[in-house]
Design a protein around this ligand. Sequence first.
Ligand SMILES: [Zn+2]
Length: 1021
Amino acid sequence: MTFLKMMRSKMTSPEMTRSKLAVMLVFSAALFPAVPAHSQVLDSTFARDPRQPVDQDYTEKIHKYTTDPSFISPLVDYLPASKTVPTPAKVLGDVSGAPDMLPYAEDVYKYFRLLEASSPRVKVFTIGHSEEGREMIVAAIADAKLLATAKENDARLAQLADPRTIGLDDAKARPLVDQSWPVYYITGTIHSPETGAPTALMELAYRLAVDDAPYIKYIRSHMIVLITPVVEVDGRDRMVDLYKWHKAHPGQDYPHLAYWGHYVAHDNNRDAMGMTLNLTRNVLDTYLGWHAQVLHDLHESVPFLYDNTVGDGPYNAWVDPTLADEWAELGANNVAQMLSFGMPGVFTHGDFDTWSPGYLMFLASMHNGISRLYETFGNGGADTEKRILQPDEYERTWYRQNPPLPVVTWSQRDNNNYEETALLSTLSYFSENTRHFLENFYLKSKRSVDKPSLEGPAAYVIPADPAQTNRQIELLKVLKRQHVEISQITDAVTAPVPAEKRGEKPKQESFPAGSIVIRMDQPYSRIADALLDRQYWAASDPQKHPYDDTGWSFTHLFNLKVVRVTDASILKAKMTTVEDPTGLAGNISGSGSVLAIENTGQTSLLSLVYKLKGATVKVAEKAFDANGKHFAAGSLIVSGAPDNIAGVLRDLSLDASRLEAEPSVPTHDVTAPRIAIMHTWLSTQREGWWRQEFDNAGIPFDYMSTQAVAKEADLRSKYDVIIFAPVGRASAWEIIHGIPMWNNPMPWEKSDLTPNLGRIDSTPDVRPGLGYDGLAHLQKFVGDGGLLITCEDTAQFAIDVGLAPGVSVARGDARVDGTVMNTAFVDRESAVAFGYSNAVPVISAGGMAFNISNTMSRGGFRSLSDPTEPFSDPYAHRPTGRGSVEDSDEPQGRKIAEAEPLYKQQPWEAKRLDEEDIRNNPQVIPAQLRPDVVLRFSDVKSLLLDGLLDKASGIAEHPIVVNAHLGRGNVLLFANNPIYRGETIGTYALVFNAIMNSQHLGHGNRAEVKPGGEATKADMP
Ligand SMILES: [Zn+2]
């Protein structure tokens, strides 16, 4: 919707508030420059207190470091002086945004604590710690009176946040709205190379605490501002180290920030669904702990300030419509204010869709608040730089009437001017409309509780099922972190369940006692709904560049049955509250000295193996029955378990059965596999998600770079499994060669100058890659019987360098963008598939899929490359002649000569070879080395589960998990990412099964190798 349309529709609204009218007037003035200047009005809005002295030195430096007069505003072109409160210069040695200087988190905190010590208007709290133990803080800023009564205020806000406490009674909400101060939470530098926010927030805090300008006095007497100046505190300290190294080595290349947080980089801003990172949990707990109304996250990228609050469609389908209106209101006002100051390059529409709820700020949107985000221009450090913009960045568009300048000299101070001006003006607007926003907060909270009687659903039911309990617990842990209430029915319940297709009748479904119910009549129902429902992104959507994943259903990605129930009668069933979901598993039944743990695709079976030192652990190669229970292939049989086994099982959410004796079933022993996770120095983010899950699961591994692999000739003597998790669009060339060696070495290691580098891994020079030595070592490792696990670009690498004979990447033109898709297991007997049923949903980044072949089709011999399209009936084009289309033609006047029957090749199969193909053909892969397809995409009709899918025929039914064989070892290739953002719980076991059974993935006794070595299992129809 354009602004004009929006204004027109608002004009007709009877409840238009004065504040909204003011926005529109300011806004129309901005659109129509012929209207008399409004700057006088704005000048008086943001006028200084003429009696307050100014810090002249500080102010002079602000001007000195600002590179263009239009890059500053009347709000920040001075700094008020205080006799008692120190300015940021006290800690920084210079002003906020000064060139060539970045403070560590510790220094930023030191300043906030100085503020707390010198001003009754600032309080600082610890909100938790990072993965590496660094502190995270929040500062609360308001008049001393507001801070002194913050507890009472919070008690009122808590009632507005949970309207059940006042019986959803608007009359009771009214006085709470009137008496309460809203809370506005600002967070800085979650993305470590985006460096400006900490100093901008230090100075903002000073201004809010000290400045007596009427508008600032109004802010601090009408609302509480919360500031977390550094969100990614581990990454900040590494970034400051890196920047110091850069300043100490002028003219030299310096490495990119290899590690931001302990596990992930940019994706720390994609964790708001799974909530696996400490920073996400700390920010949400703070946000909800204060019952805040806004979460405003500061980023840096596009010129000069993009308030992406309004962004672009499609909007997330589960947000309250009032929120979309608040985005428009705040975004339009913010841009209007900045335009009135004459600051170029400020806009609020643009290339960001508000579909995925994975962003940190979106925690607010999913918890009845308002999410906001600024992208301010930044130089990735504090250097003042000439910046050359691209046409699409500086050209005027309908929503960017005063676009950025095409070439600028940009400084960190410019960045701080923009951030502070935008924040101060938006805080001012917010402070003048506190009742309006608190009213909205209450209304959104109330509608969340009213969900069952409004849009629905009434509840999600997770049926009690021992085969799913382990993964159910993982889901419930996420919901707990999201502050969602969890219930459990005490008796069986039958409820009508809506049909999946519109127009079809609902069916009755029974849920056993003990089933989990996520009631939608609770304040934070919206996040549960957004996570558990399905997503559909129309291929024809005008948004052609989804900003992030288009599908994420946790129901699918956790491989669970979760039932969306719209009939509200389910809410009347007898329920108890589940405080600790981990109590749902850990049951041991039966008696005897042998333990059997069924493989049901749990995330923690492999973890158990490492906890059972001294015990004998065997994997059942076939299914068996014992104690009246069925155990799938891949189940564990444990003798000599330690005394603390019950506690171990409970910790790992595993149920077990005691048996009198070992069942008679073929087994193999499992000893704790020795694992290395190999990373490049190109990028560590996607492997970081894998590393995190291994740490969480308590699975030990060595962490080594491709450079280390290049130096280790005998990898097999040290490791059973090497994991080469995705790098992220790296080519084989980059993996082998690394970064070009033309210039200077770039160290990533601990030194006096860089005390925070080198903690996770270190190198004197990040440039060299795997090299040909490393490649040879990997090849030898597999040849000697090791298992190499690859995924996405590293699977492509394995193919390109010849580690995966017979596997290639399918070339289709499918449109897939973070889409959840359906699959089918092909080789149900593969150990990789242990514990799974017929299918498991997977997430696909871009629609990667494989083809397999029984020959190497390159070289100077006959090419037998497999057709990828179409996999049609080979008899479809029979010639004109006698008989029907299903029958064969026959030449007349001679005996019938039978042709070899033609075989209809399926997209997941290799082309079957006949004598003609095999004769004198060195390209034919020996039977025992032909690749095995474990998992494939399902057919076109059933392929899409969640998100965007178009032109699917090129990938439908193609392999996505393939086990290739090389020498005595195996290379497992994933086209989907089985360990991704803490969201793909359902596919973890594919990786863990492979590791646990790494020495049992060969053809071995499973393949039927016929004399001549040609027909194998893969050849069977
Ligand atoms: Zn960012």
